[in-house]
Design a protein around this ligand. Structure first.
Ligand SMILES: *[C@@H]1O[C@H](CO)[C@@H](O)[C@H](O)[C@H]1NC(C)=O
Ligand SMILES: *[C@@H]1O[C@H](CO)[C@@H](O)[C@H](O)[C@H]1NC(C)=O
Ligand SMILES: *[C@@H]1O[C@H](CO)[C@@H](O)[C@H](O)[C@H]1NC(C)=O
Ligand SMILES: *[C@@H]1O[C@H](CO)[C@@H](O)[C@H](O)[C@H]1NC(C)=O
Ligand SMILES: *[C@@H]1O[C@H](CO)[C@@H](O)[C@H](O)[C@H]1NC(C)=O
Ligand SMILES: *[C@@H]1O[C@H](CO)[C@@H](O)[C@H](O)[C@H]1NC(C)=O
Length: 396
């Protein structure tokens, strides 16, 4: 009897020791807030713990655990925030005006931030102080060229930006011009190098992730792009030379849907890579076959394979319009904001097998039209030197 209860106490203790409480921040468009939440990975309790009451917050990018950058579409601002351990945000420094931003990122050494403006067809950079505070004004470029192809996008629509593994190049997927704008990173801003057009136009490049070295030490760096107009994921091998990088297509694009939706049904949105570099996850804001949003999982094949990606599953996202999603750094938990269901679903994911659970373990309500979800955790951006990449390329 006594032994049994001791055992019970011990097992209870070990569960408590093994349980981790994660903090996530979720921005909500019309709830006017950046909401702090916690998720317990044993009890699966997912709860709202605070609200920073920031009006109109949209995209959130975290740098370490104490600095965040947020975009404000309604007021055309980008701003830095101090982040508290519980996920509370306090404005740091002054917001800077940029063309209607839908995305903000920062360089590896936090020398400047960059924004992409889907509505106004522009990009902007803002230098940062050593403390990571924006030093306005922004340097902006508006892409004048009209979209040469008949498609739902009639002009330039840069949607996001991504820094390569060496920290030297900045690439903007532009879903209006169906092109990747490649820039060289300088001390406080970036210089245009060239445009890499999509092979199949219109396709609508929206967001991108990197794979390969150093996460997988034998694989050259690749750029995977999710296209929102033809609902596909496309893979480019990044081939480095001492003063340039070329993008070389690997195989053809792979659909994010079971049954292609057809042109002008824009559904693919977010793209993620598992922390171990083996799988990609793409969200579909409303997958035709499922009548809700969905998440497509792709296995990443080696850079030498004929096809870069193999789609292995499509799973309901647990609600409508999954525009943003985020994996925790252990690759075990996928948080998906279902904007049009006013809910955020938490799914178990196995990054060794690529299996995404078919039902969420938790479904958080109470945030109106959630926009972006991020895990408040110390996550290192994988980096490499150009010499390491050139050496790896020679070995191939
Ligand atoms: C921002 O603009 C959108 C669209 O006009 C509106 O629905 C939303 O309520 C606005 N948000 C704030 C915080 O003003
Ligand atoms: C897609 O939309 C564009 C612009 O509205 C139109 O010109 C084109 O015909 C449409 N394509 C299809 C396949 O519906
Ligand atoms: C940050 O990196 C860029 C690109 O390598 C470089 O030009 C710049 O000098 C660096 N800034 C600092 C403060 O280290
Ligand atoms: C850099 O590479 C791109 C893509 O291969 C090429 O179009 C461009 O001309 C190159 N630029 C220089 C300066 O070599
Ligand atoms: C999550 O909650 C929302 C809002 O109540 C609901 O629409 C959605 O179906 C739920 N999803 C799941 C998988 O329970
Ligand atoms: C989400 O919340 C908004 C604002 O309260 C409401 O207008 C909308 O109907 C809600 N959507 C759903 C699916 O409940």
């Amino acid at each position: 009897m006594l032994r049994l209860s001791l055992l019970a106490i011990l097992s209870l203790l070990s569960v408590q020791i093994l349980a981790a409480t994660h903090t996530l921040i979720i921005s909500g468009d019309s709830s006017g807030g950046a909401v702090s939440t916690t998720f317990n990975d044993v009890t699966h309790a997912f709860a709202i713990t605070g609200n920073s009451f920031i009006n109109g917050a949209d995209w959130i990018t975290l740098v370490g655990t104490t600095r965040a950058y947020l975009t404000f579409r309604n007021t055309s601002l980008v701003a830095a925030y101090d982040v508290s351990p519980s996920g509370g945000l306090t404005l740091a420094g002054s917001p800077v005006s940029v063309p209607v931003p839908v995305y903000v990122g920062v360089t590896h050494n936090s020398s400047f931030l960059f924004t992409a403006s889907y509505p106004s067809g522009a990009i902007a950079t803002v230098p940062l102080s050593p403390e990571g505070l924006p030093l306005g004004p922004a340097a902006t470029t508006t892409f004048a060229a009209p979209d040469p192809l008949p498609s739902p996008q009639d002009q330039a629509r840069p949607h996001s930006g991504i820094v390569d593994v060496t920290g030297q190049y900045l690439i903007y997927p532009d879903d209006g011009l169906d092109s990747l704008h490649v820039y060289k990173i300088g001390a406080t801003s970036a210089t245009f190098l060239y445009d890499q057009p999509s092979p199949k136009r219109p396709s609508g490049p929206r967001h991108a992730v990197l794979s390969g070295y150093p996460v997988i030490s034998t694989w050259v760096p690749r750029l995977h792009v999710v296209n929102e107009e033809d609902n596909s994921v496309e893979t480019w091998i990044m081939h480095y030379t001492p003063h340039n990088v070329s993008l070389v297509l690997q195989g053809s694009a792979v659909s994010t849907l079971e049954v292609p939706a057809g042109m002008n049904v824009s559904t693919a949105a977010e793209l993620l890579i598992s922390p171990n570099g083996k799988y990609l996850l793409a969200s579909n804001r409303d997958a035709v076959a499922l009548a809700t949003g969905s998440i497509a999982v792709f296995r990443i094949n080696p850079p030498t394979a004929k096809t870069a990606l193999t789609r292995i599953s499509i799973t309901s996202s647990g609600g409508a319009n999954p525009r943003s999603m985020s994996l925790d750094k252990t690759g075990k938990w996928l948080a998906v904001v279902n904007g049009n269901s006013n809910s955020t679903a938490m799914f178990a994911f196995d990054q060794d097998t690529g299996v995404l659970a078919s039902e969420p373990v938790a479904n958080l309500t109470g945030i109106t039209v959630p926009q972006t979800v991020v895990w408040l955790e110390d996550r290192k951006t994988p980096t490499a030197t150009e010499a390491e990449i050139l050496g790896l390329q020679r070995g191939h």
